[in-house]
Design a protein around this ligand. Sequence first.
Ligand SMILES: Cc1cc2nc3c(=O)[nH]c(=O)nc-3n(C[C@H](O)[C@H](O)[C@H](O)COP(=O)(O)O)c2cc1C
Length: 352
Amino acid sequence: MIRSEVAKKPEESAKSLPNSGPEPSRRFCVAPMMDWTTPHFRYLARLLSRRALLYTEMVTTGALIHGDTDRFLRHDPMEYPLALQLGGSDPRELAHCAALAEQYGFDEVNLNVGCPSDRVQNNMIGACLMGHPEKVAEGVAAMIAATSLPVTVKHRIGIDGRESWEELCHFIETVATAGCRTFIVHARIAVLEGLSPKENRDIPPLKYDWVYQLKARYPELEIIINGGIKTFDECHEHLRHTNGVMLGREAYHNPWLLAGVDETFFGEPAPVTSRHDVLRAMLPFIEQELERGIYLTHISRHLMGLFHGQPGGRQFRRHISENAHRPGSGIEVILDALAKVRTPSSELETAS
Ligand SMILES: Cc1cc2nc3c(=O)[nH]c(=O)nc-3n(C[C@H](O)[C@H](O)[C@H](O)COP(=O)(O)O)c2cc1C
């Protein structure tokens, strides 16, 4: 059952003004990833790039409506531009949650039509909805009617048994007719029977050309490409054929990559010049979170990739792994770990 009134937004957890800015650029996006793109990782990502569009982890409409709404929607205003990803298919519930997204100050609301897990399939959430384009269209139309935020859809190029080009075009056309103009396309099918979610991110082959062909066929739509992208050179190549790129695992495992985004894709100066500075800039936030009773490990696990490939990086990670979980661990664990990596020269380290 839907609550009759949308929960009130607490002042401290969201923007004080409703979102009224221009639509965020999707030229470079960081993918929604459960347990990974938490508020703590997003804080780090935002220190590294002002312009990358960040996505939350997926939150189901059921959890938002029946659970602790504030906890699920909590974020720091410094995370903007930020998109909320929803999982669900009931139009009334989706509409309600899209309105919540606006009330809490998000910049976009995105519908997950790509997650292949069994758990969500049973509730008609995620990739299984690719087999029900009309249902997705109904949900999207309800969301659009409930919010002035951009409503976008993240999906696969197909699911097992429905993997033809014609079916993909039918999906896009049906959902576009409902008013969606931005499609984030993970360029592989999802196999709903027999592959785990992890395998579903690696085993079905990537077909970037299908995504390029979507853009060519529907030039009026905004098409963002996702799946297996690791370098800026690859991004540049994809941007010749699509409107934007979305990176998931590479952005998480090698977040320093994000430090090059503003300069490379937006022609703006990089906000930080070294990994050390980024980590130091995070310290007040980490302290504030510890004071709220958050365990250090919940934050520090998202920092592990920062010194990826750097001299001392392994010692940095080892120190955190061995110490952050100890009772009462605080900021000194991070400072001691930081002391294990060489201080860089003052020039901007090159993000690759
Ligand atoms: C740990 C993890 C959790 C994920 N959770 C979500 C999710 O909540 N919603 C979603 O749409 N995709 C989710 N994905 C898929 C990513 O958004 C992305 O589509 C996929 O990883 C392919 O992009 P990549 O090769 O750049 O990582 C997840 C991926 C990972 C690795």
